[in-house]
Each structure stands twice: as C-alpha cells, then as structure tokens.
Ligand binder design. Structure first.
Ligand SMILES: NC(=O)c1ccc[n+]([C@@H]2O[C@H](COP(=O)([O-])OP(=O)(O)OC[C@H]3O[C@@H](n4cnc5c(N)ncnc54)[C@H](O)[C@@H]3O)[C@@H](O)[C@H]2O)c1
Length: 244
C-alpha cells in the first residue's frame, strides 16, 4: 500500500483493526498519496465489505486496483483442530478474498472500468510444510491460488486482471507473532537463522520486496498477466528438501 502511495496513488486501507487502517492511511499520505483514507472492515462479513467499498469510493471517487491481502493463520494438528478455528481461517483467507474480489468486479463491471486485482496466497498452497498443523491455512491459500485462475478467466473479457502474489516467509507481524497470536519476538533470531539455512537466497523476505511484486501486478506494465501466481519466496518452492 505504501509502495502505491509512493507512486502517487490514492489509497483506501481497510482492516479489521480500524486504528491500524487509519495509521496506514496516515503513512500513505506522508509517503506521497494525494488522498489516503483508512476504515475498519471485516473481510469475512458481506455487509462490512460492501460498506468498506462504499466509503472508499466516496472518498476516492473510483478505483482501478485492489489487494485482497487480509489473512490469519491458526495451526493445530488435525485431530485437535476446533471447527470454529478451522472455519475462521477459511472465513478470513478464502471467503474474505471472494467477498473482496466480488465487490470489486461488481463495481468495475457496473462502471465499465478495467482494473487489476491481486490476492495474497502462500507457498503452502503448493507444498506441505514439515512444521505441521497447517491444514486450514494451506486449504485456504490453495483455494486462493485456484480462485485467481478461475476469476481471471471470467473477467478477462472485461479487461479486469486477477492474479496472486505468493510471498515466502516475510518479516511481518504475522511471522513474528506467530500462528496462535502468541508473541514470539524472541524467536525471531531463530527464524532468521533457519531462513539462512533453508531458503535458497539465505534470508527472510522483506515486505518491500513483496510490495514491489504487487505494485507490478497492479500496474499497466503487467497488462498481459492474468491468472498468475507470482512466486516471491527466495527460491523456497524451487527447492526440494531431498538430495536424491
Ligand atoms: N508473513 C509471511 O511470512 C507470509 C507468507 C505468505 C503469505 N502471507 C500472507 O500475507 C498476507 C498479509 O499477512 P502479513 O504477513 O502482513 O500478516 P499481518 O498479520 O501483519 O497482516 C494481516 C492483516 O490482516 C488483517 N486482518 C485479519 N483478519 C481480518 C479480517 N477479518 N478483515 C480484515 N482484515 C483482517 C490484520 O488486522 C492484519 O492487519 C496474509 O494473507 C498472509 O496469509 C504472509
């Protein structure tokens, strides 16, 4: 979002944490956005998403790019997973993407506007991780990666592109706070050192590196790209853990 602001785009930041959305909007203004607003919005609730778009469009007049990026991670061994927790992950990560994208395409088609939508997937859409307990998150992100292919085909005739970015392990609050929300800042050094050993580029990703891919997908420079899963993971998915 800030990367878009630096390029002079108007910004509407929507997050379940309204204070966080407002502070992102402030940062976007400081970074050069001519108009930046932030509102509370729960992407898993249909009315909240509709209201978020209403408020965003009222503030910005129109839009041509959307990032469906909200996500949560709750991990547990399958036999211990509570249905409520499993459903929450799917509600935010997959239903949230559906509601965010549906509202975007409805409005773009209605106004005969073209646009670009970028959803956030994960390497766990494509491979299993030995850490385990990842069934809900992996299922949700697998759904996102499949969803963009299907939506891309549906909306190509309208000039609306739909893609996913696939970030590897990236130093964001999700990575630092961890799966169950418990603070694990003291584990960050351990995570960095594991990244050095296990990620081909030898380090965690930086949010700016993922943002650069998103900005590119949103931009006219990616005008021939739709239905893609753009992997930005330091080589993680390219690597087999087996040496034979
Ligand atoms: N950090 C990583 O290593 C990594 C790797 C691959 C994919 N991802 C994905 O990247 C995206 C961004 O994650 P992040 O790492 O910046 O984590 P983060 O926890 O910093 O950000 C997630 C954001 O989603 C918001 N959110 C949660 N539930 C919401 C809801 N119901 N409605 C609206 N907003 C909601 C949170 O308030 C938070 O601001 C997620 O989709 C995540 O799954 C992250």
């Amino acid at each position: 979002m800030l990367a878009c602001a630096r390029r002079g785009a108007g910004i509407a930041a929507l997050d379940i944490d309204a204070a966080r959305a407002a502070s992102v909007a402030d940062e976007a203004s400081a970074a050069g956005s001519p108009r930046a607003v932030g509102f509370g919005c729960d992407v898993s609730v249909e009315a909240s998403v509709r209201d978020g778009y209403d408020r965003a469009v009222a503030a910005l007049s129109s839009f041509d790019g959307v990032c469906a990026n909200a996500g949560v991670e709750i991990n547990a061994p399958l036999h211990e997973f509570e249905l409520e927790q499993w459903r929450r992950v799917l509600d935010v990560n997959l239903i949230g993407v559906f509601l965010t994208c549906r509202e975007a395409v409805r409005r773009l088609v209605e106004t005969r506007a073209t646009g670009s939508i970028v959803c956030t997937s994960s390497p766990s859409a494509f491979v299993g991780f030995a850490g385990g307990g990842n069934s809900a998150y992996a299922a949700s992100k697998g759904g996102v990666s499949a969803f963009v292919r299907s939506a891309a085909l549906d909306y190509a005739p309208y000039g609306i592109r739909v893609n996913a970015v696939v970030p590897g392990a990236t130093e964001t609050p999700m990575l630092v706070t961890g799966r169950d929300g418990a603070a694990r800042a003291n584990e960050l050094e351990h995570i960095r050192s594991a990244a050095q050993d296990q990620i081909p580029l030898g380090r965690l990703g930086h949010p700016d590196e993922i943002a650069a891919a998103v900005v590119w997908l949103l931009s006219p420079e990616a005008s021939y790209v739709t239905g893609a899963n753009l992997v930005c993971d330091g080589g993680l998915l390219a690597k087999s853990t087996n040496d034979f």
